[in-house]
Design a protein around this ligand. Structure first.
Ligand code: HEC
Length: 194
């Protein structure tokens, strides 16, 4: 018969101190980790960024390509480059910025309009009975397509109904006056433009 614990001498009466035993990871868990690593590595190696677009928000790489020439929006060019002075309505500002609506400079000769856009105007010009003497900036930094688009836009907007202007016309006018470094000196100078 084992002696009662309380009858033992003090040191043997104590319980053993608990110890932390070495417990290796269970084999099953190691197997799961190995399988997960192998699978994720395989997934990264084999998946491509060009996956089915319906999985995302529906955009495709082609949708980010630069817009094609000809699809240029003249209204957008006008809003960005012209509306600040000539106003979104094309009515201009009395005495300061001449109107584009009904203006013969806009609806008349298309080559003259292109010349106005390419080189700008600095000098007196009469528009619908009022004389303006301000500064119309030159826009030759714009591409042929942009100038054609905005010229077409002003010729067909604001109640105007003149024919569209092609980029080829702009290119020809640009080449014809490529040596010009100053703005047109006003309405009189522009009258000589065919
Ligand atoms: C900084 C202000 C300003 C901007 C921007 C501007 N213009 Fe002008 N524009 C003028 C002024 C001022 C005149 C009159 C020039 C003068 O008095 O010598 C004028 C004249 C004209 C004329 C001839 C007169 C008429 O009213 O028909 C046309 C056409 C024209 N601008 C079109 C445009 C177009 C298109 C754009 C944009 C690509 C543009 N302008 C941007 C100030 C501006």
């Amino acid at each position: 018969m084992t002696p009662d614990r309380k009858d033992l001498p003090p040191r043997q009466r104590e319980f053993e101190d608990p110890d932390e035993r070495v417990r290796p990871l269970p084999r099953v868990l190691i197997a799961v980790i190995v399988v997960l690593l192998a699978w994720s590595g395989w997934y990264l190696a084999t998946s491509t960024p060009q996956m089915d677009a319906t999985l995302g928000d529906g955009r495709t790489a082609a949708g980010f390509a630069a817009p094609k020439a000809g699809a240029l929006d003249g209204g957008q060019v006008y809003a960005g480059k012209c509306a600040g002075c000539h106003q979104a309505t094309g009515a201009g500002v009395t005495g300061v910025f001449p109107p584009l609506a009904n203006s013969p400079w806009v609806t008349g000769s298309e080559t003259r309009l292109v010349q106005i856009l390419l080189h700008g105007i600095q000098g007196p010009i009469e528009v619908l009975g009022a004389t303006y003497n301000g500064l119309m900036p030159a826009w030759k930094s714009l591409s042929d397509e942009e100038i054609a688009a905005v010229a077409t836009y002003v010729r067909s907007g604001f109640g105007n109904s003149a024919s569209p202007v092609s980029a080829a016309t702009v290119a020809a006018e640009r080449a014809r006056t490529s040596t010009r470094t100053t703005s047109w000196e006003g309405g009189a100078a522009l009258d000589s433009v065919p």
